[in-house]
Design a protein around this ligand. Structure first.
Ligand code: NAD
Length: 464
């Protein structure tokens, strides 16, 4: 056992060392190298498209449509965006020089972080591995990728694609569970990009502390939906049901629970039922479009959350297929089991509030969420919610779709994460802004040098 773990450790340190040497050779720095490898990644994914969609189906029961829309398609768009903007992103940015430093040029170089570690979860196994990897490539880094073991089929396929496509000194990938993660976290990285739960995020952050390694933590938590009395209920129900039951609720930015004004709750429940039946039929457990729960552990956890719930709709499940029908819990309360943790499944508790102000108070008394959604026609209520609550990102009158825009940063705040990515922010996440002041040789202002007698007046004029 000891030998195995020492052996295993050496694999990680060996790769880490190889990548560091490769990075230090300067091979990953040029625009040509980065663009070529972004394209190589896209080509490799395209060549394996059918296998990827099948693997996603095997892991999570995702339909081909959902697999393409929420995984492959998003990766293609991200790579496309980076390809289009890479040259400009890599250019040093100009900055102003203060008069006291006359004469100089100031600029910011966007240097790669170096050798980075990317750890991803199982719920969008392809997207949450490949989008950060595209950012790492665009940034000019080497990368070690560690997908989740829970999404076995997709993770094994990704590892095999990456191993066939890239040399390990540039991009390496490892299979494995916690032990592998722990061994990887013991290595020295120039940056760690982690997506997963807040609890494991804390473990990653603690490990990163050893070398003060910068981290991007993409975490989760309970993301609320606020619905006021002016909301367009049929459209609200449609967009809410879509965002909640996508991937059977196993989405980090899925609406976790609803805070709805009393007066709209009966109509909201009726409209939600209608939408659920339109999307998944009257027997959702038989629908090919309803994904399954990733594994027995999470399936049993979700079954446990239903134990004390007031189920007004749904609630059925199938132990064989690990599918849980879209379920509405109402009235729900903060004492319910489903309100004690991030649900991460197709259960939707609806809590009643008197007003938007009450909803704001409730959200404020909990951890800052990754996402927040407000459904309203009243500008004043929308403004109040957006300006008084802190959360990663969100939508007005929709759910989840904010993460489809590469120009919008995607990330949490506080307990829901630190740092962000997507588009320009992915490049920024995987690069360091190095500040340079390049001084002219032909002049050297004497003000800053001692003796200072008689210079204060001039200094006051220059630095006001
Ligand atoms: P998780 O935190 O349990 O696991 C994430 C990764 O960490 C996996 O690769 C896992 O093997 C590893 N891990 C688990 N325990 C570990 C330990 N003790 N030490 C080291 N590594 C460990 O998360 P999950 O169950 O895979 O995913 C669900 C969570 O991720 C939810 O909280 C969800 O909201 C969040 N999430 C966030 C985003 C985002 O973009 N912000 C996206 C997807 C999921």
């Amino acid at each position: 056992m000891l030998c195995a773990s020492i052996g295993a450790m050496s694999i990680y340190s060996e790769i880490n060392e190889k990548q560091r040497t490769y990075f230090n050779s300067g091979a990953t720095l040029s625009y040509d190298f980065r663009i070529k490898n972004l394209r190589t990644l896209k080509t490799a994914l395209k060549a394996n498209e059918e296998n990827i969609l099948e693997a996603l189906n095997a892991d999570l029961g995702k339909s081909m449509f959902e697999g393409y829309a929420t995984e492959l398609g998003i990766v293609y768009e991200e790579i496309g965006w980076l390809e289009k903007h890479l040259r400009k992103l890599m250019k040093p940015s100009k900055a102003k020089t203060p008069i006291t430093q006359f004469r100089a040029k100031s600029y910011i170089m966007h240097e790669p972080m170096g050798t980075v570690l990317i750890m991803s979860p199982w719920n969008y196994p392809l997207q949450l591995t490949m989008v950060p990897l595209a950012g790492a490539i665009a940034g000019g880094n080497t990368a070690v990728v560690k997908p989740s073991r829970y999404s076995k089929h997709t993770s094994e396929l990704m590892i095999s694609i990456l191993r066939k496509t890239f040399p390990e000194e540039y991009i390496a990938s490892f299979d494995g569970g916690h032990e592998t993660n722990t061994a990887l976290l013991e290595q020295r990285w120039d940056m760690i990009f982690f997506t997963g739960s807040p609890n494991v995020g804390k473990i990653v952050h603690q490990a990163a502390n050893k070398y003060l390694t910068p981290c991007i933590l993409e975490l989760g938590g309970k993301s609320p939906v606020i619905i006021d009395s002016s909301a367009d209920i049929p459209l609200t129900a449609k967009r809410l049901a879509w965002g909640k039951f996508l991937n059977a609720g196993q989405t980090c930015v899925a609406p976790d629970y609803v805070l709805a004004c009393n007066s709209v709750i009966p109509a909201l429940i009726e409209a939600l039922k209608k939408e659920i039946e339109k999307m998944f039929s009257q027997d959702p457990l038989k629908s090919e479009d309803l994904p399954k729960i990733i594994n027995e552990k999470h399936y049993q956890r979700l079954a446990g959350l239903l134990e004390d719930a007031n189920v007004v709709y749904g609630g059925k499940r199938d132990d064989e297929t690990r599918k849980i029908a879209p379920t509405i819990i109402s009235p729900a309360s903060w004492d319910d089991k489903a309100m004690q943790e991030e649900i991460f499944g197709p259960l939707l508790p609806i809590l009643s509030v008197e007003s938007v102000d009450e909803a704001i108070k409730i959200v404020r008394s909990h951890e800052k969420p990754l996402a927040l959604y407000i459904f309203s026609k009243k500008k004043e209520n929308i403004r109040k919610v957006l300006s008084s609550l802190s959360f990663g990102g969100g939508c007005v009158n929709d759910t989840v779709v904010h993460l489809t825009a590469p120009e919008l940063p995607f990330g949490g705040i506080g307990n829901s994460g630190m740092g962000c990515y997507h588009g320009k922010r992915s490049f920024q996440a995987f690069t360091h802004d190095k500040a340079i002041m390049d001084k002219a040789l032909w002049i050297d202002l004497p003000v800053r040098y001692a003796p200072f007698k008689g210079k204060l007046k001039l200094l006051r004029m220059l630095m006001r």
